[in-house]
Ligand binder design. Structure first.
Ligand SMILES: [Zn+2]
Length: 180
């Protein structure tokens, strides 16, 4: 075999309960971090456009939830596009599929066939979307006029990236146990 296979998104390897709990912890950490980013440039405002929308009544709440859902989907699309672009840039072949994580959670997956290049190459392809989207997202939260709307989608995105972290971890363990 001259190809390394890397599958992202649903390869958490953990049971559904543990994966859900870890995702929730990551989402809460993200929520805290992005709220702090917002508060750093908006010290006197409530740091959550969704919470402000809840005050404004049910119609507003629905459109706020819709906006949040659409932004979250847009981040997922961007995330997968970054996986794919990097895979191509590193000489590999990306493939996309739709599926269910743990049999119930719909997810878009990107798997990559990469030329041999070791853990670093896999880590770059797997982790770049999370790092780029979270870092640029934090800047947008702080400075864009609509930045508050990104807080919850960015936090959900961070929690949803669990499979990527796990893929790198599992790949690293497998590499270490292989004879040289
Ligand atoms: Zn991913």
């Amino acid at each position: 075999m001259t190809q390394e296979r890397f599958r992202g998104e649903d390869r958490s390897g953990a049971g559904p309960a543990l994966a859900f709990a870890l995702s929730a912890v990551l989402t809460l950490l993200g929520l805290t971090a992005f709220t702090l980013a917002y508060a750093s440039t908006h010290p006197s405002e409530r740091p959550f456009d969704l919470l402000r929308a809840l005050d404004a009544g049910p119609d507003w709440t629905l459109s706020a939830l819709g906006t949040t859902a659409l932004l979250t989907l847009a981040l997922v699309g961007l995330h997968e596009a970054i996986h794919g672009a990097l895979t191509l840039a590193l000489g590999g072949r990306p493939a996309y599929s739709l599926g269910l994580v743990h049999g119930f959670l719909p997810a878009l997956r990107c798997s990559a066939q990469l030329p041999r290049g070791g853990v670093t190459r896999v880590a770059v392809v797997a982790l770049a979307p999370t790092v780029l989207i979270s870092a640029l997202g934090a800047v947008a939260v702080a400075y864009a006029p609509w930045g508050g709307w990104l807080i919850l989608p960015l936090a959900l995105h961070l929690g949803g990236c669990l499979g990527d972290y796990w893929a790198v971890y599992a790949y690293t363990l497998r590499k270490q146990s292989e004879p040289i």
